[in-house]
Write a protein that binds this ligand. Sequence first.
Ligand code: SF4
Length: 688
Amino acid sequence: MDAPVRTTCAYCGVGCGVLARRIGDRALEIAGDPQHPANSGRLCSKGTHLGETVGLEGRLLHPLIGRAGAGKRASWDKALGLVSKRFADTIRQHGPDSVAFYVSGQLLTEDYYVANKLMKGFIGSANIDTNSRLCMSSAVAAQTRAFGEDVVPASYADLEAADLLVLVGSNTAWCHPVLYQRMMAAREERGTKLVVIDPRRTETAEGADLHLPLKPGSDVLLMNGLLAHCAREGLVDDSVLSVPDGFWEALAKGHDLWSVAKGCDLPPADVQRFFDLFAAHSRTVTMFSQGVNQSLRGTDGGNAILNLHLATGRIGRPGASPFSITGQPNAMGGREVGGLATTLAAHRGFTPDDCADVARFWAAPNIASKPGLKAVDLFRAAGEGRIKALWIMATNPAVSMPDAARVREALADCPFVVVSDVMAETDTSLHAHVRLPAAAWGEKDGTVTNSERRISRQRAVLPLPGAARPDWWIVSEVARRMGWGDAFAYNHPAEIWREHARLTAYRNAGARVLDLGAHAALTNRAYDALAPVRWGGEPFAAGRYPTPDGRARLVPVVQREADAPLPRWPMVLNTGRYRDQWHTMTRTGLSPKLARHREEPLVEVHPDDAAALGVADGGLARLATPQGASLFRVALADGQRRGELFAPIHWTDHTATGGRTGLLPRDGTDPHSGQPGFKQTPARLEPV
Ligand code: SF4
């Protein structure tokens, strides 16, 4: 029997270590890695059943040329030749901003690095964005505003060292289950208090000391109210912070207990209890996730939390920190190499100095000089004919983007669409002129960075099936055919990792926290054996931040007025995940055991609303928004607030006749981050 291979789970930002042992042609035995610091051997249901998702059912095994139904098998040489020619022709005729890449937190850091380098250094556009834009780009914007760099200050150990945990917009028990297990174990041992702030009474909220089911989108008011309370109680110290004029005066207005409770639609006694708990526990971690980020004011929501921790000194010490928790296994690795259209590479921006440095390092002929199109804008541009060649890697935007019907139209109209993926047929690949077979989890080799900045290796345990190839190889081959072979002459992911590490240290001199210079000379063997390691250590323990004056900044944020309800759309739709599914189910949908948790998508509605609407538990209803409509089975849930609905994001045209949540959210975005506001779409529910 083969020895187990140490690798990392593919399914969420906790980044658990996995021991994967090959026990047959395409069969794996999976166990948690007791030596991995993220999980110490624990796994959740998704990780446990990884072995059920590595079969070849539905796999894309060869390049295909021609749109769905007419796709014909082609050699790599022919497919890559076509991709490189169409991109080169489009750039020549319409300029570099007429092409775009849309990539994914499922890519390994090495894949991301090469795609980013090709687009921003050689094609000469920054039109590369990632589905991480949909996940935590508001946290990135908030951290950059407050700290000067996109740095997560906390570690998982802080969750266990805290005396109070505040979870904001996070159903941790379902979405980051192993972290939840760690928190519950610490709670059992130390009596840690737990406050959950979430409009829904989720499984996470059920286990809390205090659940605050606030009005959706009122989190800025609640956090500002808490900071104002701390100021009144003499708990703030801004002497080492950069504070804009008038910050405290503005905060003092409208943030008394009663105004906050009324604005958040919460009982004043519960708000007071939360304030008292926070004031009493200097070792507090506030963990925030999609409930904050996926809002039209997500960046302000993040900064309200960061303000609170900075001004009360709850940062940079064990058990005291704000903590943005990422959704995807490699959401952070992508951010580090510049996978977002708004950063260049290695946490650099588009200042003339940064552009010149990166161009010099890459010997890049066409460095991008301005940010590119963010995800929603990118697909809008495709719909308007401004993007004429689009390459989508490892993601399914025809389902996962807001207002997905518009995205499908854009893909259908785009003159040239390339999809690299593991699966042959997805809602997105139906629109591809060329499909390129990518290596899947278990076959790829590289690194990912989890929510606590820990770099871990994903290692291959299965052979590449058919003609599948790693994404970094595919991108490099296209770059070579476009005339840039010398800059993309990679033969091993370790070569890419060393280059990335060198770039983070290049002309850095401590200016940026991201500095992987210690890895710049790793041998291939040392890279293969790399143990999980957190970059940046405890960056803010000395109270110094990567801003020009070394001070963290308080950022004034105000609660925006909620939009008035629309007469035809009197309810509010919130979307999210189920415990045992991942994204659009292209992989987890293969596992019969994972399907048992929730066999179909349900729309959850408060029993009183259901009675008023005439919809019954277990019956069918039509869920509609201004963007679209779909049939759902109804589940009565008294954990829903009145007037609010919840639907899961996973099901697609391929997996269900109804329950297609992707068609429903509006495509409005946060003004700072461009992250879509998935959480508060005006909606209505009708009996059928
Ligand atoms: Fe995988 Fe996340 Fe579950 Fe860990 S918690 S096993 S990383 S899905």
